[in-house]
Write a protein that binds this ligand. Structure first.
Ligand code: ACO
Length: 406
């Protein structure tokens, strides 16, 4: 062993191992380090998605995201994440058919959709309906791999019904039942609008689903792992993840981008808008990322894609405004590694597809459920309870006084 390798072993045994939550080594309180926001802590190993934040690379199980977006389908991507290999023709046909036979809901779930308050947020509705699936599963707490895979597939297949069904319910429209002749993307657009989408619209939706399917230990995936690591159940893990995805610093940013574009309204207003936000230390939605300090590869792809769809659907003004925001941001904060993330151009894409703003984040969930469940299945194979510590900074030894003496 050379000097360099010896140095690495020495370094990793003293510095890296304590940073592995879930590792076997225990250290004293004094030896622990504080890492607010888990910025520098690796919490587990995974072979699902690889991100190189410096070079702007994303791979699912070693396949470049660009190749998958151009050549794969969402169903194939989900198979890849769950099985860590691409399927054969026969396997994909069988997997897709299993998904399709799971599209529909029980009558009581359809009734539940129809009973939800019409003014509820679609993310709250999606979280509640996903959680409710456990109520009618007699094996909800069966933690065998077979049962967990079955539950994952059911959630992935049924989310389009939850999102499209709730949207039609709140608009006072008849609920459209799923069509098992359609792919998941096609079926979603069909249930949402009541009309079969064109091939290019269905493909656009499919590509968005592929691009959002997985992304390492992002906040919602990590949240799902915390839940599953307690040996709770898959429905609870995905419900946790949906609640986490909803926040504007995570999946909620795509809706924030669209609201921002509407607030700006005109390309000439972009420069003063961005400058005044930056001057008052406010965030521009759809920019920046915890891991990427280069261009988010999903945004690279979506940018070209958003332009084509915006042109086709008469929304090119939105795309032009987005490009202008990007150029001002690049000039002002590009040197800090702040670039558009996946949410920035997905907003224009979804809007051009005619999707309501508050459905953008549910769509993210409809795709990411493949990654959440894949990570839970992977983590469970070698489970360890995720239970970090806090750095207590409060008082000690306080004398308890009776309530009437305070
Ligand atoms: N607009 C303006 N400035 C920004 C932005 C932004 N969107 N993002 C980061 N910065 C600046 C911060 O002000 C900070 O500057 P400073 O060092 O001068 O104080 C610096 O960049 C670092 O920011 P942090 O918040 O420390 O970075 P962190 O890794 O914690 O945050 C996050 C990442 C939350 C994504 C952040 O970039 C952000 O708030 N972006 C806007 C919301 C968004 O688009 N979220 C979606 C992320 S992708 C996803 O979840 C699917």
């Amino acid at each position: 062993m050379g000097f360099y390798e010896m140095g690495c072993v020495f370094f990793s045994s003293f510095i890296l191992k304590p940073r592995f939550l879930g590792g076997s080594m225990s250290v004293t309180m004094q030896e622990m380090h504080t890492d607010i926001g888990l910025v520098n802590t690796i919490v587990a190993r995974s072979s699902l998605s690889f991100i190189d934040g410096e070079k702007g690379v994303l791979e699912y199980v070693g396949y470049d995201i660009d190749d998958l977006a151009r050549q794969s389908t969402f169903e194939e991507t989900a198979f890849l994440l769950w099985n860590r290999r691409l399927p054969s023709n026969a396997e994909l046909a069988d997997f897709s058919s299993q998904i399709r036979t799971n599209y529909d809901l029980s009558e009581s779930m359809w009734d539940m959709i129809a009973s939800l308050p019409r003014d509820a947020s679609p993310m709250h509705a999606l979280r509640t309906l996903t959680s409710a699936l456990a109520l009618e599963d007699p094996r909800a707490d069966d933690s065998s791999e077979e049962a967990n895979t079955r539950k994952s597939l059911a959630m992935l297949a049924k989310m389009p019904c939850f999102i499209a069904g709730f949207d039609r319910h709140r608009k006072g429209l008849d609920l459209v039942r799923p069509d098992s002749d359609c792919s998941l993307a096609e079926n979603f657009l069909y249930m949402l609008t009541g009309e079969k989408p064109t091939e290019s619209m269905a493909r656009a939706m499919d590509i968005c689903l592929i691009l959002h399917a997985d992304h390492g230990f992002n906040a919602s995936t990590f949240a799902s792992l915390v839940t599953i690591s307690t040996l709770s159940d898959m429905y609870s893990a995905v419900t946790t993840a949906i609640g986490t995805l909803k926040g504007p610093l995570h999946g909620g940013a795509n809706q924030g981008v669209m609201l921002m574009l509407q607030e700006i309204g005109d390309i000439d207003a972009v420069e003063p808008y961005v400058m005044s936000k930056l001057a008052s230390k406010q965030r521009i939605m759809g920019f920046g990322h915890r891991v990427y300090k280069a261009y988010d590869p999903r945004a690279t792809y979506l940018k070209t894609f958003a332009q084509a769809i915006a042109e086709d659907t008469g929304n090119i003004n939105l795309f032009d405004m987005s490009k202008k925001i990007e150029s001002v941001m690049d000039r002002e904060v590009g040197s800090k590694g702040i670039y558009p993330n996946v949410d920035f151009y997905s907003a224009t894409t979804y809007f051009s597809l005619g999707i309501d703003l508050d459905l953008f984040t549910p769509l993210f969930a409809m795709s990411r459920v493949s990654g959440w469940t894949a990570h839970c299945l992977e983590y469970l194979a070698n489970n360890r309870l995720i239970r970090p510590r806090c750095d207590y900074i409060g008082p000690h030894g306080q004398a308890y006084t009776q309530i009437n003496q305070r």
